[in-house]
Write a protein that binds this ligand. Structure first.
Ligand code: NAD
Length: 260
């Protein structure tokens, strides 16, 4: 059980982050949500989570492309909840474009959100975890942390890089009861994936149906999208005592994609 633990899941107002927040709430953790979106819809999500699982829930609407906002978020969690035990760096964005047309400002934003936000959150969360001699840091990377696909230069670079960050911090904090791991999902049908289908169709000159069949699920041998509940289960396991010696690893949940 994760009662008495406080979990911050970044980018948890939808998709994978919300799925992981639900799984940790089910184990009794206090949940801090983060993300962007319609305030009324987010408040509804937050209140529903508290009601369904009987846990305390909070929301911090920090824009994590800003380093100062990441810092303020970690400080707010520690001052409001008294501690931060489980940090899930999940907020991320994608942009699909050939390298020669890739907007440099999109590249900077993707690196800021997918990589640098995790660096800042981790560096500020580690001191408290060390003090309590317990911590779990889970970085939501991607199958694209292990293999590439064309037209996703910024995303693939950011996801490969976060594995380096994961391994490095794992070594630094290993003697303090803190583990640091990366989950590498294959394709999950979330807003992030839905949004890239038209752009991928354009970049490759094929239909949207062909994108799903011949691009997204081409290497995912199960021929099924991964479900957010599967990633929630793995996150819960990584937070358990049974996973205390698992650290610095990248765990694919990708229907066989990276086995090719
Ligand atoms: P999503 O678009 O459904 O959710 C993204 C979340 O991040 C939302 O809560 C959004 O509000 C938040 N967010 C976006 N910009 C933000 C910002 N500047 N500051 C704070 N929060 C921000 O996406 P998802 O598919 O659930 O993706 C979550 C993570 O999983 C990402 O890191 C993504 O790269 C990774 N991932 C997704 C897939 C997939 O197939 N969906 C596969 C592998 C990895």
């Amino acid at each position: 059980s994760l009662k008495n633990k406080v979990a911050l899941i970044t980018g948890s107002t939808s998709g994978i982050g919300l799925g992981i927040a639900r799984a940790l709430a089910k184990e009794g953790a206090t949940i801090v949500l983060n993300g962007l979106g319609d305030p009324a819809a987010i408040e509804q999500t937050r209140a529903a989570l508290a009601a369904e699982f009987g846990v305390k829930t909070y929301f911090i609407g920090a824009d994590l492309t800003q380093a100062a906002a990441v810092a303020a978020m970690i400080q707010e969690v520690e001052s409001t909840c008294g501690q931060l035990d489980i940090l899930v760096n999940n907020a991320g964005m994608q942009h699909v474009s050939p390298i020669e047309d890739f907007p440099p400002e999109k590249y900077d934003l993707i690196i800021a959100l997918n990589l640098s936000a995790a660096f800042h959150a981790i560096r500020l969360a580690v001191p408290g975890m060390k003090q309590r001699n317990w911590g779990r840091i889970i970085n939501i990377a991607s199958a694209h942390a292990l293999v590439a696909s064309p037209f996703k230069s910024a995303y693939v670079a950011s996801k490969h890089a976060i594995l380096g960050l994961t391994k490095t911090v794992a070594l630094e904090v290993a003697e303090h009861g803190i583990t640091v791991n990366a989950i590498c999902p294959g394709y999950v049908m979330t807003p992030l994936v839905e949004k890239q289908i038209p752009d991928t169709a354009k970049a490759r000159g094929i239909s949207e149906e062909e994108v799903i069949r011949d691009v997204l699920l081409y290497a995912q041998s199960t021929k099924k999208f991964v479900e957010v509940e599967e990633l929630g289960s793995l996150a819960v396991f990584l937070c358990s005592d049974g996973a205390r010696s698992m650290t610095g690893v990248a765990l694919p949940v990708d229907g066989g994609w990276t086995a090719h």
